[in-house]
Design a protein around this ligand. Structure first.
Ligand SMILES: [Ca+2]
Length: 301
């Protein structure tokens, strides 16, 4: 509350069962009401020049209010004193819960009818209504901040992988090379920083990579960074987490051999399920050589 004198501030704290103490700044003047119990350690970190504890506000009104309105921080009841008596009303909402990955919440009023605007950190997009409204002591549903793009965080399974002849102990050409952002693209070459089909499997029609991302999302696009002999992808599937069923998001009967690197991002079937597991199926037989994949990006719908 801004512009109130300290007597009004004391009265406001007294009639709100949840108010534990008030801080008052004379200069503005500004009245802060606090939900949490007074902590002496906070004394010097706050800029309030006057602190008044609830226990110092001895009045019949507080006793009567406490009898009528149960003390509850979550309901934030307020004692409404009129000539007809004392009643208990919800005239404001508790501070809204923290939204993970929110950049900021604009709006500092919590009274009924107040609005707040939620915005997300860069790289996250809002899902749900970005403006929340306090109605009868309750906020309308909070939106969520959903990650927009993710790189592979783990390889769950794979059909085969090439191993360096010079250094068989290394992870060169192993499936783990698809983790993280691309480090070969846009080059078109055999590169140990990409996954490669194993020599034994270059004539396999059933090559696959099963890839895990950190956060389950609704799938918008899957970008496949093909960095040697592109064109082998035959289908892209997502594991529907709710029932553990593979859903085909895109497929073709005509894989090909393309002698350039590319970011392959075919239009996917529109779905609403959540997943963080993507399977890429490939036909290695059309290529006259190894096939290699550098990285895979999952883009939220
Ligand atoms: Ca790579």
């Amino acid at each position: 509350m801004v512009g109130e004198d300290i007597r009004r501030c004391v009265k406001e704290c007294a009639r709100k069962p949840w108010c534990q103490y008030l801080g008052y700044r004379r200069h503005f003047p500004l009245c802060n009401l606090y939900i949490e119990p007074y902590d002496e350690a906070l004394k010097f970190s706050r800029t309030d020049c006057v602190i008044v504890l609830k226990s110092a506000m001895q009045s019949e009104m507080i006793t009567e209010c406490n009898n009528v309105c149960p003390v509850s921080v979550t309901s934030l009841l307020t004692c409404n004193v009129t000539s007809l008596g004392i009643s208990c009303i919800k005239e404001e909402c508790p501070p809204p819960e923290h939204v993970p990955y929110a950049k900021e919440v604009l709006g500092n009023m919590n009274t009924n009818g107040s609005k707040k605007l939620v915005s997300c950190l860069p790289g996250y997009k809002i899902e749900g209504e970005k403006i929340i409204i306090c109605n009868d002591g309750h906020w309308t549903p909070l939106p969520a901040c959903i990650i927009e793009e993710q790189w592979v965080s783990n390889v769950r399974n794979f059909s085969s992988q090439a191993v360096s002849a010079k250094d068989p102990e290394s992870i060169a050409w192993n499936a783990v090379q698809v983790m993280g952002p691309p480090d070969v693209y846009p080059k078109h070459e055999q590169n140990p920083l990409a996954w490669s089909v194993s020599p034994a499997n270059v004539k396999s029609t059933e090559e696959f990579l099963e890839l895990e991302f950190a956060i389950p999302v609704k799938v918008g696009h899957v970008d496949i960074y093909e960095t040697y002999k592109a064109g082998s992808v035959t289908s892209i599937q997502g594991l529907r987490l709710s029932d553990d069923v593979w859903v085909t998001l895109w497929s073709t009967d005509t894989p090909e051999e393309i002698n350039t690197s590319r970011i392959f991002s075919p239009p996917l079937k529109v779905t609403s399920f959540f997943t963080n597991i993507i399977r890429i199926n490939m036909d290695a037989t059309l290529s006259s050589d190894y096939i290699e994949v550098d990285a895979v990006k999952l883009i939220t719908a």
